[in-house]
Design a protein around this ligand. Structure first.
Ligand code: ANZ
Ligand code: ZN
Length: 822
């Protein structure tokens, strides 16, 4: 009788083994075989669910795999520990966000331990600790020193309930993502990072990222949003001043029949100061409550009001009215447009609604006469004075040249990307290290005075740092006079924009990172995380890396060489989410089936880049598989193998056909599983291991066991399964008589002869002439249908057959396929 698979006992026995044995500790000086694996570090909140687990299980599986392949793997873990949810929870419970955050971190650690997920814990970083945020402040100072951090007034999304500025992405349907309150617009002086200075490089260097998913690169490209066009100056009529517009269609300038400015445009204040009109004021106030995202939506209602002011079209000196309207966004271009209703759909709708003139200036074969809708295509210019008859392209260029000669315009490139607004009116974040002095102005905190510590408080005030008495009072580092501290903290995306550098020397008190070692270890070899970070986090990290490189502190352009974004785990079609209570906890699964089953199922349930439904039924299948492995080894496991000499003894020429079949299957499995793990095909790797187990059962049932061969097979199976199911494998390994850890062994290699023996080469002819060859597993070499199918898949053969009728197929099994065509 084989002992029962007592996963509870087994897993508890091994839980601390790997850590105690130091198997995941990285020798940071050994850079020759380095492999930097990195999971996006978590924001610790509440409980981990099996969806989060997917991320780290992938990481742990890969780490074990690379370790066995002889790499010096660095797989660190840390905590993106500042942030609003902890702060809000603390305000609600009149406690401190630190408490809430550390409780979550402890839970995460327990769950990692339960799942057998290992890290080099000696390198843990926690962004809310002074030893970390001191260097986030250092980063701010460096950016400031290099002109990349600046202060400016900005209209910000303001949640009156959370009393904080929200990023555009945090405004959902005009409401605060966190509390659902209607978001308002407020003008505040804020700190920005000048990411736009890097727009072109962030765009161009996407080409360097050969091993990033195409869709992530596309999302970044769209976010940066490069447009070529021109800036055109319109003088105000009857008043001093001018308006600059950005257009991608300077060729349509003669068709500009009105100007539209955004409600936030600086000119609006001037207009409102002069025009006592209550209606206009009301319109502007109302427009300002709607987020730019909603206003920018193509189907948003186009609403506006005439400002009462006029501008002059520089090419024909016509006086055209200036409107204020919601569909022009201050956050893009210059916040002002020349409206060409004949050739722009939004302008067309607006002109129809407000009865404004529509003047066609582009004509083409497909678009003449009366316009029923905007014609946005190409053609030649009409109604355009001396430019008539030119093509849209040439006309546009000539018009801009004409403007440029007169100082009225120039070619311009515009990016959708905005500067990074990093100010947050919160407590639970990195304090911005700036001091304001009446005499000296803006004074950066001297590096030696870092960190600017978060003041200790019992309970967090809603107003953030600004609400803490005494925090702001300080003395000026230059003149020694009384001064005030900045009370904004930084966006937590700043904390996470550089953490991958800190892991290399996490306890260094002299500098943020060790340039020599960072240059040796980075770029990160494999970065894994959720696609929800495809834009901001990755863009910010890329920006910071480039900025640091320009400061001479790094020597690489991109932080992450290879990126993998895993799909979401769903429950009945809905993404798992702690906040919405749609979760399966790994605790449940571990209690019922064990951590190994949780891991195997997670990796088996589907391609890891795809969203997948967590199905209760299928877990049982993964559990059954592990039980079968347990029983197989329990029933037939043999004395320990002296691996080197016994491998010698397993010579294929001494084996009979039945042994050889097992031997071939084993080596084919090694080859496939190795390649699959490399390419993130964990699910197919698991199914190959399942097939191998089936084969082993069949082998045992059929007759006598070739002991050396069988031992090799069993041991290789365990080695290969260990990254997926480390507990059971470590236990079986020990029972097979080994005293060393699995990770102290090498990943099994495969014998080319075993693969060669199973393949045949087939000649493919067309009308009797050799046109190609194909290799096919020996088992299939006599299968006529299969041979025909594969022959027809060969590109060269397809070209031969192109357009010709296939009359007959002659197959000589194991040798040849002849396609007879007419
Ligand atoms: C005149 C014109 C004529 C335009 C025409 C288009 C077609 P992309 O490709 O996105 O860069 N625009 C410029 N700034 C804007 C803002 N802040 N809010 C809303 N719309 C804005 O598009 C640039 C075009 O979008 C610009 O070219 C401008 O309209 C508009 F037949 O100028 B166009
Ligand atoms: Zn001063």
């Amino acid at each position: 009788m084989v002992e029962r698979y007592n996963f509870k006992e087994i897993e508890e026995k091994w839980r601390d083994f790997w850590k105690e044995r130091g198997l995941f500790r990285t020798d940071i000086e050994d850079v020759e075989h380095k492999f930097y694996y990195l999971n996006m570090f978590p924001y610790p909140s509440g409980e981990m669910h099996v969806g989060h687990g997917r991320n780290y299980i992938i990481g742990d599986c890969l780490t074990r795999f690379y370790l066995m392949n002889g790499y010096n793997v660095l797989n660190p873990m840390g905590w993106d520990a500042f942030g609003l949810p902890a702060e809000n929870a603390a305000i609600r419970h009149r406690s401190h966000p630190r408490k809430w955050t550390y409780a979550a971190i402890e839970r995460y650690k327990e769950q990692f331990r339960a799942l057998g997920i290992q890290f080099d814990w000696g390198r843990e970083v926690t962004t809310c600790e002074p030893e970390y945020y001191r260097w986030t402040q250092w980063l701010f100072l460096k950016l400031y020193e290099h002109g990349l951090a600046y202060r400016d007034e900005a209209f910000v999304n303001w949640c009156p309930s959370c009393k904080t500025v929200l990023a555009n992405e945090q405004v959902i349907g005009g409401k605060c993502e966190r509390c659902g309150t209607r978001v308002e617009k407020k003008r505040l002086t804020q700190w920005f990072f000048k990411i736009t200075a890097y727009a072109e490089r962030l765009l161009k260097d996407l080409e360097l990222l050969k091993e990033w998913p195409a869709r992530v690169k596309l999302m970044q490209r769209n976010w940066i949003g490069r447009s070529e066009g021109a800036d055109v100056l319109f003088k105000l009529a009857d008043r001093d001043g001018e308006l600059k517009v950005f257009t991608t269609r300077p060729d349509t300038l003669f068709g500009a029949t009105f100007i539209v400015i955004a409600p936030e445009h600086p000119l609006v204040e001037r207009v409102l100061a002069e025009e006592g009109d209550g209606q206009l004021k009301e319109f502007v106030a109302r427009a300002l409550t709607v987020s730019e995202i909603e206003r920018g939506a193509a189907d948003a209602e186009k609403e506006g009001a005439f400002s009462g002011w006029w501008a002059i079209n520089p090419v024909n000196d016509e006086k055209i009215p200036i409107y204020i309207a919601n569909y022009v966004l201050m956050g893009y271009g210059t916040g002002a447009i020349m409206a060409v209703p004949a050739h722009d759909e939004r302008d067309f709708q607006f002109a129809k609604r407000y009865g404004l003139p529509i003047v066609r200036v582009i004509e083409s074969a497909v678009s003449r006469g009366k316009l029923e809708e905007a014609y946005t295509g190409e053609g030649h210019l009409v109604n355009s004075g001396q430019f008539n008859g030119l093509s849209t392209e040439e006309g546009g260029r000539r018009i801009v040249e004409w403007l440029a000669e007169r100082g009225l315009g120039e070619f311009a490139v515009n990016y959708r990307l905005r500067d990074w607004l990093i100010s947050r009116q919160r407590y639970w974040g990195t304090p911005i290290p700036i001091i304001y002095c009446d005499k000296c102005g803006i004074v950066p905190v001297p590096e030696k005075d870092l960190p600017v510590l978060l003041p200790q408080v019992e309970a967090v005030p809603k107003e953030g740092l600004a609400g803490i008495p005494g925090f702001a009072e300080t003395t000026c580092p230059i003149c020694g006079g009384p001064a005030r501290r900045e009370t904004d903290t930084m966006d937590t995306f700043v904390d996470s924009s550089w953490y991958y550098l800190r892991y290399i020397s996490p306890r260094d008190n002299e500098r943020p990172f060790d340039t020599r070692l960072v240059n040796a270890w980075l770029p990160v070899d494999q970065y894994v995380g959720g696609v929800e970070h495809a834009i901001l986090h990755l863009l910010y990290s890329r920006f910071i890396t480039k900025a640091l490189k320009d400061m001479g502190l790094l020597d690489f352009d991109e932080p992450f060489a290879r990126l993998f974004t895993q799909g979401m785990v769903c429950l009945e079609g809905q993404a798992m989410s702690s906040s919405r209570g749609i979760v399966v906890s790994p605790d449940e699964i571990i209690a019922k089936y064990g951590a190994d089953t949780n891991r195997v199922y997670t990796l088996f349930m589907g391609p890891p880049e795809k969203d997948v439904d967590w199905s209760g039924d299928d877990i049982v299948g993964s559990h059954r598989f592990l039980k079968r492995v347990w029983q197989l080894v329990g029933a037939h496991g043999c004395a320990p193998l002296h691996r080197a000499s016994d491998q010698q003894a397993v010579a294929p020429q001494k084996m009979d056909e039945r042994d050889r079949r097992l031997w071939r299957r084993l080596h084919r499995t090694i080859k496939v599983v190795t390649a699959d793990i490399h390419s993130f095909h964990f699910n197919t790797a698991v199914s190959s291991l399942m097939e191998l187990v089936n084969e082993l059962y069949a082998y045992v049932a059929e007759g006598e066991i070739n002991r050396p061969l069988f031992k090799v097979a069993i041991e290789d199976l365990i080695l290969m399964l260990s990254p997926f199911a480390p507990f059971i494998c470590e236990e079986l390994w020990q029972r097979l008589g080994h005293s060393e850890a699995i990770l102290e062994n090498s990943w099994p290699g495969f014998d080319e002869r075993a693969l060669a023996a199973e393949e045949r080469e087939i000649v493919v002819q067309v009308n009797g002439r050799v046109r190609g060859r194909l290799t096919i597993p020996a088992e299939l070499a006599s299968d006529q249908e299969e041979l025909k199918k594969r022959a027809l898949e060969i590109e060269a053969i397809r070209r031969q057959l192109d357009g010709r009728e296939l009359k007959r197929v002659i197959v000589v099994p194991g040798k040849l396929v002849n396609l007879v065509v007419g």
